[in-house]
Design a protein around this ligand. Structure first.
Ligand SMILES: NC(=O)c1ccc[n+]([C@@H]2O[C@H](COP(=O)([O-])OP(=O)(O)OC[C@H]3O[C@@H](n4cnc5c(N)ncnc54)[C@H](OP(=O)(O)O)[C@@H]3O)[C@@H](O)[C@H]2O)c1
Length: 341
C-alpha cells in the first residue's frame, strides 16, 4: 500500500519533467511558448507595443526595434516589470545595415532568434497623383524593403539553427487594393507575395522546422491613422474599425501557432472570400467605401507626410480613431437628435 502511494508522486514528477522537456523542444510544430528570443520591428506603438507587452508577460526575451528610442526604452522597462527581458535597438528598417545590426544585437544578447516579427509599417492616404513621389518611394522602402531586410536576416539565422518562426504583417489591402491607398496596397500585396514564395521554398526543401506566417488585419484603431501621411485634406476614418487588441492577440498566437496566412477577425475573412469569388465587385465596393470614408464623410484636416520620413507624434496602442469618429458624428447631429428629442 505504502509503495503504491510512493509510486504516484514519482510518476507525477516524471510526467512533469517529460512535459516540460517537450514544451521546451524547438522543432516542427512544437515551438516553445515562453523564454523565446523574439525580434519585433515597429515596437514603439500600436500592435507592436501591445505584442511586446504580452510576450514579456510570457517570459520571452525581446529585441525591440523602431525609430523612436525614448518610446522603446520605456517599453523595455515595462516589459522587464512584467517578467520578460528586453533590449531596445533604434532601427530604421528601410536601411539594410541597421536591420543586420538588429539581428546582431539579438544574437549577441541571447545567442539565437526563435521568432522574427516584421511589423513596422507606414502609409499614406490620398489621390495617387496628389501624393508626392517621395512619399510613395518611402512606403515601398519601409513596407517592402524593410520586410525583405528583416526576412533575409531572419531566414539566414533560422536555417543555421534549424528552426524559427517568421511573421510578416500585411493588411486586408494586401489582398484587396483600396482606392486612396495605392502604394500602401501595392506594398502589402508585395508582403503577401514574399511570404507565399518563401513558404514554397521552405516546403520544396523540406525545411519543416521553419515557419512563415503572413497576417492580414482589417483597419484597427492604432496610431497608424493619426500618424499616416494624408493628402485628402480630410481627417480619415474607417467603418467598423477594429480594436487593436484583436490584432495583437492574433500576432501573439501566431508566434506559437503559425499558419501560412491569417486573416484577423470576420471582416478580414469576409473580404478575403469576396475577393476570391468576385474581385472586381469587391474592389469597386472597397473604392466606394474609401471615397466615402476618406473624402466625403470626414471634416477637413491638414495635409502632410505624417510619420513617413520622421517619426510621428502619437504613441501608445490606441489611436483614438473610434473616439474621434464618435465625437465628429455627435457634432454633426442636429441638436434635437443629440438631446434625444
Ligand atoms: N492600424 C491598421 O488599421 C492596420 C491595418 C492593417 C495592417 N496594419 C499594419 O500593421 C503594422 C503595425 O501598424 P500599427 O497599426 O500598429 O501602427 P503604428 O502604431 O503606426 O505602428 C507602426 C510602427 O512601425 C514603426 N515604424 C514606422 N516606420 C519605421 C521605420 N522606417 N523603421 C522602423 N520602424 C518604423 C513605428 O515606430 P517609429 O515611428 O518609432 O519608427 C511604429 O512602431 C503596420 O505594418 C501596418 O501597416 C495596420
Amino acid at each position: 500500500m505504502a509503495s503504491r502511494a510512493m509510486k504516484f508522486p514519482v510518476l507525477l514528477a516524471l510526467f512533469f519533467v517529460l512535459g516540460s522537456l517537450c514544451g521546451c523542444a524547438h522543432g516542427p510544430g512544437a515551438p516553445a511558448t515562453s523564454g523565446r528570443v523574439v525580434v519585433l520591428t515597429g515596437a514603439s506603438s500600436g500592435f507592436g507595443r501591445g505584442v511586446a507587452l504580452q510576450l514579456a508577460s510570457r517570459g520571452d526575451r525581446l529585441v525591440l526595434a523602431a525609430r523612436r528610442t525614448e518610446l522603446l526604452e520605456s517599453l523595455t522597462r515595462e516589459c522587464e516589470q512584467r517578467g520578460g527581458r528586453a533590449v531596445a535597438v533604434t532601427t530604421d528598417v528601410a536601411d539594410a545595415a541597421q536591420v543586420a545590426r538588429l539581428a546582431e544585437v539579438a544574437r549577441r544578447e541571447f545567442g539565437r532568434i526563435d521568432v522574427w516579427i516584421n511589423n513596422a509599417g507606414v502609409g499614406a492616404i490620398g489621390r495617387f497623383d496628389e501624393t508626392p513621389l517621395r512619399d510613395h518611394d518611402r512606403i515601398i522602402d519601409v513596407n517592402v524593403k524593410g520586410v525583405i531586410h528583416g526576412s533575409h536576416v531572419a531566414l539566414r539565422q533560422f536555417r543555421q539553427q534549424g528552426h524559427g518562426v517568421l511573421i510578416n504583417v500585411s493588411s486586408v489591402t494586401g489582398r484587396t487594393a483600396f482606392a486612396y491607398q495605392a502604394s500602401y496596397s501595392a506594398s502589402k500585396h508585395a508582403v503577401r507575395a514574399l511570404g507565399a514564395a518563401i513558404h514554397e521554398e521552405l516546403r520544396a526543401n523540406g525545411e519543416r522546422g521553419i515557419e512563415i506566417c503572413t497576417i492580414f488585419p482589417y483597419a484597427a484603431d492604432t496610431p497608424w491613422w493619426p500618424n499616416a501621411a494624408n493628402y485628402t485634406g480630410q481627417s480619415p476614418r474607417m467603418i467598423l474599425i477594429d480594436p487593436p487588441g484583436k490584432v495583437i492577440a492574433a500576432i501573439v498566437r501566431a508566434t506559437t501557432h503559425p499558419r501560412r496566412e491569417i486573416s484577423v477577425g470576420w471582416k478580414a475573412k469576409v473580404l478575403h472570400v469576396f475577393q476570391r469569388v468576385t474581385p472586381t465587385l469587391t474592389e469597386w465596393a472597397g473604392g466606394k467605401i474609401a471615397h466615402d470614408q476618406f473624402v466625403i464623410e470626414p471634416p477637413p484636416a491638414p495635409t502632410g507626410s505624417g510619420n513617413l520620413h520622421e517619426p510621428g507624434p502619437i504613441g501608445g496602442i490606441d489611436g483614438g480613431v473610434r473616439e474621434k469618429i464618435k465625437f465628429e458624428d455627435a457634432a454633426r447631429e442636429p441638436d434635437g437628435l443629440r438631446d434625444g428629442g
